[in-house]
Write a protein that binds this ligand. Structure first.
Ligand code: F6P
Length: 339
């Protein structure tokens, strides 16, 4: 869509795993479109809905009061059909048939790969990074991460109460797909004994069993091990700890409760702001980009550039956590020196 084209109608969709804050982003899109006199179509069930024309008209009434609601009012789905050139072409044809000139897609990196294909057919697309995993390389923050961390922290705090009463070891598996960002945040925030993430190799005897023994000798009578699902199955970790240490151990997989719940302030504010920014970029004639955060600033970068970036794990934070947990002065000073 060139700068001279008037923007009359846009679409918005949510795709991939849902996350708290998606509705805030949808509301930001609809309110900004309404303010600019642009018609807004809600595309239900992600790209699958785009292909089959599963649309609803979105006006201010539909999005009233959704900022604080978890999930996505537009539903979401993972569409294998959209991974085919025929599926993308069909989606573009549906857009042209419906007069949809631009689309705001809210989701993870898989969503952005699909978006990039769609732009090849002349449909303008702006991406909003939204996943509880916080694993999108181009942005320091993805909508949903803060709320998911808080949900998990609340659960681990509750588990710690009962593990303390029974002098047990609690092994908690958290989400994060192939990344350990969620596990690291939850582990630090709950004063966990050990955090296992896919980004850091570990020797079970030395880095788990021995560390629990050291903590026990230091006077701790209950222990918390946070396991990122991408590291290894948490149930196996619990069984190995029980066998190796003789400590009464319980396993909890937090699972999908990390995806639900009312979004916390950061996810509401970032969602609303990115929804606003996405529509203003479309109105300014932008054809293809992702809105990203760098610290507290918003930037935008082309999909190809965005998808080429990988998210760095915070190894310094991880090392400092371990040093603080085991009062390991040398590691602590070394990790601060390297910052
Ligand atoms: O990407 C978000 C996420 O919650 C991951 O952390 C998790 O591994 C995955 O989605 C679960 O996918 P599904 O909801 O399809 O089971």
């Amino acid at each position: 869509m060139s700068k001279t084209t008037t923007l009359n109608r846009i679409g918005v969709l949510t795709s991939g795993g849902d996350a708290p804050g998606m509705n805030a982003a949808i509301r930001g899109v609809v309110r900004t479109a309404s303010c600019l006199g642009i018609d807004c179509v809600g595309i239900k069930h992600g790209y699958a809905g785009l292909i089959r024309g599963d649309f609803i008209n979105l006006d201010l009434a539909q999005i009233k009061g959704i900022t604080g609601r978890g999930g996505t009012m537009l539903y979401t789905a993972r569409s294998s059909e959209f991974n085919t050139p025929e599926g993308v072409k069909q989606a573009a044809d549906t857009c042209n048939h419906m007069g949809i000139q631009g689309i705001v897609v809210i989701g993870g990196d898989g969503t952005f790969r699909g978006a990039m294909d769609l732009t090849q057919h002349g449909i303008s697309v702006i991406g909003i990074p939204c996943t509880i995993d916080n694993d999108i390389g181009c942005t320091t923050y993805t909508i949903g991460f803060d709320t998911a961390c808080n949900t998990a922290v609340d659960a681990v705090d509750r588990l710690n109460d009962t593990m303390q009463s029974h002098e047990r070891c609690s092994v908690v598996e958290v989400m994060g797909r192939r990344a350990g960002h969620l596990a690291l945040g939850v582990g630090i925030a709950t004063g966990a004994t050990i955090i296992l993430v896919p980004e850091v190799e570990y020797d079970f005897e030395k880095d788990v069993v021995e560390r629990i023994r050291v903590a026990r000798l230091a006077g701790r009578n209950n222990f918390t091990v946070i396991v990122a699902e991408g590291a290894e199955p948490g149930l196996g970790v619990a069984e190995k700890i029980s066998e190796s240490t003789g400590i009464d151990t319980r396993f909890t997989a937090l699972g999908h409760i990390q995806r639900g719940g009312s979004p916390h302030v950061r996810d509401r504010v970032v969602g609303t702001s990115m929804g606003f920014k996405a529509v203003t970029l479309l109105a300014a004639g932008r054809k293809s980009c992702v809105i990203a955060m760098r610290g507290d600033r918003f930037i935008d970068l082309d999909f190809r550039e965005a998808l080429a970036l990988t998210k760095e794990f915070d190894y310094e934070m991880y090392k400092s956590f371990s040093a603080l947990t085991f009062l390991d002065k040398n590691t602590l000073l070394k990790s601060f020196k390297s910052t």
